[in-house]
Design a protein around this ligand. Structure first.
Ligand SMILES: *Cc1c(COP(=O)(O)O)cnc(C)c1O
Length: 353
């Protein structure tokens, strides 16, 4: 065993993917599987592929490049940078867009490569991240339609990200209404209406999703089992697909109060302590560079994370029923934010079971 390790349970992930596939199918929706949270790790992407997923979405081109199957569609989720336009056309089939200037560049690059690039026009109805405001959507679509290298493949909306705004019938309907206006005004067919991310799942569960929405972009709900607007567990989903295991490199009884004049800690923060007397303190080899301690939870409920520096984490194991030793592993459940940083850290071993 190698530590620190991010461990993925492939069997549970497979079950979750099958559950979401069926769930979406039952509600007549398609989805693209969002891979950015695990950097499109090929072993994990392959679990999706074997479970039947053929559409993948990521925010970054280097991740999309790693998804190499002849029969999959690749979506670029983050708005393209002008500096990466050629790669966008090469490595993605579909990209989300809100800027005419960028669409013009995509069109030019696509024509040069002898391709047609599909775009989704994003409409912002309040979360205030990407997208044109609804009042500008019809006009912007018209301008984008002038470019021959692109196909206006769909209309999309995003929620639950910057503003934390929750999708509902009203705000999603603004988007479906705009899609209808665009299709009518320009006499085109718009195959995709993409109604959000894992935060839109509750609209399927309670049957209030406008029927025009035929696509979602799903990351978190697939591998953490919960819709993200109200954090409700979806039926039959596993929450414990990933865990973090770290190794104890020192285990000693020491005071709980640091001794001497108090300055700042390793991360430049002012820290305060409560005197709890002597405690059994474990140092583990995993630090802030890999993960934020408040985004992970020890599986042993009787231990407590005390603090972190860049490469160390200090844990109070005084009250545990387990007799830890140097060299033992300590396990944690993880969240979306910690999956993201652990996946990105090259110091974390990626293991599977
Ligand atoms: C990250 C992202 C998603 C996926 O979000 P989840 O909450 O993980 O389902 C969907 N759409 C866009 C535009 C994103 O950036």
């Amino acid at each position: 065993m190698k530590y620190p390790a991010l461990i993925t349970n492939k069997a549970k992930l497979t079950e979750n993917i099958h559950t979401i596939n069926k769930f979406c199918n039952d509600h007549l929706k398609k989805y693209c599987a969002v891979t950015k949270c695990f950097c499109a790790n090929p072993e994990i992407v392959d679990v999706y592929y074997k479970a039947g997923v053929r559409e993948f979405a990521d925010a970054r081109i280097p991740n999309l490049k790693r998804i190499n199957y002849p029969d999959v569609a690749r979506w670029l989720l983050r708005l393209p940078m002008l500096s990466e336009i050629e790669d966008v056309v090469k490595y993605s089939d579909i990209s989300l867009n809100s800027e005419v200037k960028i669409v013009a560049a995509l069109s030019e690059a696509a024509l040069k490569l002898g391709k047609k690039h599909k775009i989704i026009l994003m409409i912002d109805v309040g979360d205030l991240r990407e997208g044109v405001l609804a009042e500008n959507a019809v006009e912007t679509a018209g301008e984008m339609l002038k470019y021959e290298g692109i196909e206006l493949y769909g209309i999309g909306v995003n929620f639950n990200c910057f503003g934390g705004i929750i999708p509902n019938v009203e705000n999603v309907s603004i988007v479906t209404e705009k899609a209808r206006e665009i299709a009518e005004k320009y006499g085109i067919d718009i195959p995709v209406i993409s109604g959000g991310n894992s935060g839109s799942m509750h609209l399927l569960t309670d049957q209030t999703m406008p029927s025009e929405v035929n696509y979602l972009r799903l990351g978190e709900v697939v591998f953490f089992g919960r819709e993200t607007s109200y954090q409700q567990l979806i039926e039959n989903m596993h929450e414990d697909i990933f865990r973090l295991e770290v190794e104890i490199i020192e285990l000693q009884k020491k005071p709980s109060m640091p001794i001497g004049e108090a300055g700042l800690n390793a991360l430049g923060e002012k820290v305060t302590f409560i005197d709890k007397g002597d405690m059994l303190r474990a140092i583990v080899a995993c630090g802030r560079q890999d993960v934020y301690m408040d985004k992970i939870t020890p599986l042993d409920e009787k231990i407590e994370i005390l603090g972190q520096s860049s490469d160390h984490m200090i844990i109070d194991v005084t009250h545990s029923d387990k007799k830890y030793e140097v060299g033992d592993a300590i396990s944690f459940s993880i969240s979306y934010a910690s999956l993201l940083s652990l996946s990105t850290s090259e110091y974390i071993y990626k293991l599977y079971e």
